[in-house]
Write a new protein. Structure first.
Length: 107
């Protein structure tokens, strides 16, 4: 799954240096060579950068505190659900709740 040459993981990056500098870990660009758009699945080891990127993909801008809160939620969600990847719709719902809590807290 995580081998960048074959399998369903082609073009996926989940955390760390591969996220920041994918060229170091991918032998070729999935977009250029295969026409596959790179994906960033939201997984338990995801750091703040990955969580922030996933939120941006869903139309949310996170500050540092929100990114940390969302990262904690992702880690708990993976554990509770028993699934390795958090579904975008579920994450979007959490982000909506996070935004509402932030708005309520600033009043």
């Amino acid at each position: 799954m995580t081998t960048p040459i074959v399998g369903t993981g082609v073009g996926t990056i989940s955390t760390g240096t591969p996220f920041v500098r994918p060229g170091l870990f991918q032998p070729y660009g999935p977009r250029e060579v295969l026409g596959i758009e790179p994906e960033v699945p939201l997984t338990q080891p995801a750091g703040a950068r990955v969580v922030t990127a996933a939120a941006a993909r869903l139309g949310h801008r996170l500050d540092r505190a929100q990114a940390r809160a969302a990262m904690g939620w992702v880690k708990q969600q993976d554990y509770r659900s028993g699934r390795a990847v958090v579904d975008d719709r579920v994450f979007a719902g959490d982000l909506d709740g996070l935004r509402a809590a932030t708005t309520e807290g600033s009043r």
